[in-house]
Design a binder for this molecule. Structure first.
Ligand code: AMP
Length: 187
């Protein structure tokens, strides 16, 4: 199983990613989590990207591809993985298309979780206070959504053209959405 999970911030990618990885016993590769770990550890990379994360903008494609390439070359990714939070730009999708075959990854399954913007903003705002994420504020949420529509939505078109995109309705309970996902992965 080599899965890419696409969808706007607040669509439930993180929650579904954990369930998918449990079900199929594959590592959950979240570029956002990896970057937040770097920030928390105070590493040079973390210090470099902290203000970018806090603003809701994207880290450069070069940096993110280095981070993900290092992670995908770990042995636990040999039998599959789930990418959550990458690709965020068409350039990243193109880089992955070159990188993955070199690593023996044959064919990605790309799932897009769709949720209307109004629902997303409500969800992200509801997360404030419970979340330890410094980018879960109303202002940054709106920025992240804008960045998503401008830079990440075209990634879905890229995969649609390459024939491996499955679109899913992300409204419903966690279990309902998970059932849609497992059905799509079994198809
Ligand atoms: P996430 O947890 O996926 O919402 O990511 C949190 C933040 O990390 C994003 O708002 C970006 O600043 C950065 N980030 C995560 N993944 C990527 C990526 N693939 N490309 C660029 N920036 C990223």
């Amino acid at each position: 199983m080599q899965i890419v999970l696409l969808g706007p911030p607040g669509a439930g990618k993180g929650t579904q990613a954990v369930k998918i990885c449990e079900r199929y016993t594959i590592p959950h590769i979240s570029t956002g989590d990896m970057l937040r770990q770097q920030v928390a550890s105070g590493s040079p990379l973390g210090n470099k990207v902290k203000s970018i994360l806090d603003s809701g903008e994207l880290v450069t494609d070069d940096i993110i591809m280095q981070v993900v390439e290092a992670r995908l070359s770990q042995p636990d990714c040999k039998s599959g993985f789930l990418l959550d939070g990458i690709p965020r730009t068409v350039a990243q999708a193109q880089s992955l298309a070159t990188l993955l075959p070199k690593m023996g990854a044959a064919r990605l399954k790309v799932l897009q979780i769709n949720v209307a913007d109004e629902v997303l903003l409500e969800r992200i705002q509801g997360r404030q206070g419970q979340s330890s994420r410094s980018d879960d504020t109303a202002e940054v949420a709106a920025k992240r959504l804008k960045v998503y529509w401008e830079q990440t939505a075209p990634v879905a078109n890229y995969y649609e053209q390459h024939g491996n995109l499955v679109k899913l309705d992300g409204v419903g309970t966690v279990d309902e959405v998970f059932e849609r996902i497992t059905a799509a992965l079994a198809a």
